[in-house]
Design a protein around this ligand. Sequence first.
Ligand code: S3P
Length: 427
Amino acid sequence: MDKSISASKPLSGEIVVPGDKSISHRSVMIGAIAVGTSEITGFLHAADPLSTISCFHSLGIEHRFENERLFIFGKGLHGLQHASTALDAGNSGTTIRLMSGILVGQKFATTITGDEYLVKRPMKRIIDPLSTMGARITATESKTAPLTILPAERLNAIDYELPIASAQVKSAVLFAGLYAEGTTRVIEREPSRDHTERMLGLTSQTVDGKTIVTVDGGRKISAGVFAVPGDPSSAAFFIVAGLIVPGSEILIKNVGMNPTRVGFISILKQMGAFISIEHERIVGGEPLADIVVRSSNLHTDLVLDGAIIPNIIDEIPILSIAAAFAEGSFQVCDAQDLRNKETDRIEAVCDNLRKMGLTVDGAKDGFAFHSKNNLLQGEFDSYDDHRIAMAFGIASLGLKGTSTIKNAECVSISYPSFWETIQALQR
Ligand code: S3P
């Protein structure tokens, strides 16, 4: 489906963004290996978390949707059953990488794979530490899925310093640590999202600027009640929409404000954005707030690099849209892992920004451009990547004339009602 989006009149109204994708995945995973029934509210009903549910269904875990609630009938660390066919993680990197950490602890073999995009994404990053723990994993020659995870005699606890800042790798090792003999420690130089450690109630401490998360093998997990906050990564699209469409004011309710996720808000504020954080509260161990955004004259002389990158990794496409509508220069460095997302997001962002008439310098680990007036409407390629489709969908609201987003249905990965939400704010 191609989506036509025209220059927008002011956006106004109140929205609630869908549940956090990272937390939704983890609530199903933790619910499945907990003893008893877990109850989840605010679960993200979108393709990626549904892939996680379907993988666990193949492993014998029952679930039930009841009104706004999801129940997961957990069977404990060792209650999963052999799946008769390969698990399909769809488009979801979080599903395949985190679940691998659980599958290495099972007494049966499992094959897990995914769609044409997922099978191109690197899995060496999890195969290496899990193999060091004693896991037996086979992959393609280029260390991509399908992964076949064979039963291991035993798993050993390890101390693992992450070579790349990745919450998915950290979480895979922490899940495997539940099945290992001894205490596993994961050490991060640059903090990545910490939902797994919060939800499992793990200890983390900071030593010499590094975060050390500890998990004891054999630790029993109790079923819980998980309240999933609105996804800040989804809210980011409407925050930028409110900023760049003149005359707009939007209230976004119930947004997760975990400090490992909201670096993009400080960056937008540095650009001169009017963003007001209201009714801050803690629900289910995660900070939440309502956000008011008003259209603002943005300016930028920013270089985004170093330790902030893991915090804003999913927001770089939409931050680059804010920068395109700002006055000044914008540069992203140290973000080479953007090339390993649902698509090569450095290439996708550069290509589409050029269609807007910007001169963009692409680099291995980022890109740079200087803003200019009279941006052009365009025919933007989503690259079948939900965040690219949404970022350039929002850009189209601020451009003159009518733009097109090709293969716009991919928003169903994380935000199925995205296009309808734009319309609701235009009414
Ligand atoms: C995620 C971690 C990030 C992020 C992804 C979700 C998670 O990936 O890009 O959308 O839920 O742990 P990396 O760990 O590969 O950086």
